[in-house]
Design a protein around this ligand. Structure first.
Ligand code: PMP
Length: 373
């Protein structure tokens, strides 16, 4: 191999705002129990694997051609899924998809953010948002969530009026706290956004929506009256398809049409489209599995509370819990026992994804040991 010469200062014209930045990402370690990135612990069933493989073979026969740029087949399947999942029917043209909801969100910022514009969210929340803002030269403003990790409607209204953002990102259920927002709060934010001169798009990031508890409503129910609302979802969590990279959103046609302008040509490969459609055909069986993950989550919350640990209410497939001083050592102690969780969120808290019952048992056993409780 040719020795790579280090680039002397000034040779690479790196954008100054990137100086010192490192690539985002949780550690990818080879550990027996992986509970750090909110994946679905269950691999696709053999029936799903067989259908995905057949679909990929079908797509492979046409790989000399570029894929369907508009992918209305997949967008229609996603619309059908949303209708069953949340009772809200949208047209295929109101759905957009990309390589993970990360890319969907980047499209939103590319279309509606930009130099001289502001994107706003409420921390603690998903740590990728400031990166989408940085990468699209959009100013980033983070309001605060309350002590119970909720968004205070009056404070949100005041912040939106003051900062006049062109994009507001609301995460519900929120990562890393698990908190679902009341729809009345989302409505207030939509009202405040509608009063921003020049307009403001509100994205409700529902990456974890399928894990919400009984009675918690999706913001999809607000789409009909709000052309500036987008509700984003992903196949990475409930569908157990993180490796396929498929995220999507539902919104008004005009909003989706703006995203079509900024996407790269053929951004969603024929293989990705085929895999997603094959998995969507198995939605009912995958959703049954989501039910057991929800039960597992609720039990984990109870078990932690039984030992006197403070736990945030969760409508997601993970749980944020408070350990106080020395969280890094506790995280390290768990890792030492073969359990990888995530050191994220407010100081003194840790986040653990819901695994299989065996994985969750391994986690709690390790935690009691580390904490000496
Ligand atoms: N939104 C939230 C709140 C998330 O937690 C994640 C994944 N951790 C994403 C979006 C992105 O997921 P993906 O790109 O896999 O769809």
């Amino acid at each position: 191999p040719v020795a790579a010469a280090p680039a002397p200062a000034g040779v690479l014209p790196l954008r100054p705002e990137l100086a010192g930045d490192v690539p985002y990402g949780a550690p990818q370690l080879d550990v027996p129990v992986l509970l750090n990135v909110n994946e679905n612990p269950y691999p696709p069933s053999e029936a799903v694997v067989a259908d995905v493989a057949a679909a990929v073979a079908g797509a492979a026969r046409g790989l000399n051609r570029y894929p369907d740029r508009e992918f209305l087949g997949l967008r229609g399947d996603l619309a059908d899924y949303l209708a069953v999942e949340s009772g809200v029917r949208v047209a295929p043209e109101q759905v957009w998809a990309a390589n993970g909801s990360n890319e969907v969100m980047l499209h939103v910022l590319q279309a509606f953010g930009g130099p001289g514009r502001t994107a706003l969210s409420f921390a603690p929340t998903y740590s990728m948002y400031p990166e989408y803002a940085r990468d699209t030269h959009t100013r980033w403003v983070a309001g605060r969530r309350t002590d119970s990790f909720d968004v205070d409607p009056a404070q949100a209204r005041a912040l939106i009026a003051r900062e006049a953002p062109s994009v507001v990102l609301l995460t519900s259920p929120n990562n890393p706290t698990g908190t679902a927002l009341d729809l009345s709060t989302v409505r207030e934010v939509l009202d405040a956004a509608a009063q921003v001169p020049g307009g403001c798009v509100v994205v409700v990031d529902e990456a974890y929506a399928e894990f919400r508890r009984e009675g918690v409503e999706s913001a999809l129910t607000l789409l009909a009256d709000h052309p500036h609302l987008a509700v984003s979802r992903t196949m990475s969590k409930a569908f157990g398809l993180a490796g396929a990279r498929v995220g999507y959103l539902a919104a008004s046609r005009d909003l989706v049409d703006a995203l079509r302008v900024v996407r790269l040509p053929y951004h969603l490969s024929a293989v990705t489209q085929a895999v997603a459609r094959a998995a969507l055909a198995h939605a009912p069986e995958l959703m049954a599995q989501v039910g057991s993950l929800r039960d597992e989550r609720d039990q984990l919350v109870l078990d932690l509370r039984d030992r006197g640990i403070r736990v945030a209410e969760s409508d997601a497939n993970f749980v944020l819990f408070q350990v106080g001083e020395g969280r890094h050592e506790i995280w390290q102690g768990l890792l030492h026992r073969g359990v990888l969780i995530r050191e994220v969120g407010p100081e003194g808290w840790l986040r653990v994804s819901v695994g299989t019952p065996e994985e969750t048992a391994a986690f709690t056993a390790a935690l009691w040991e580390v904490l000496g409780i």
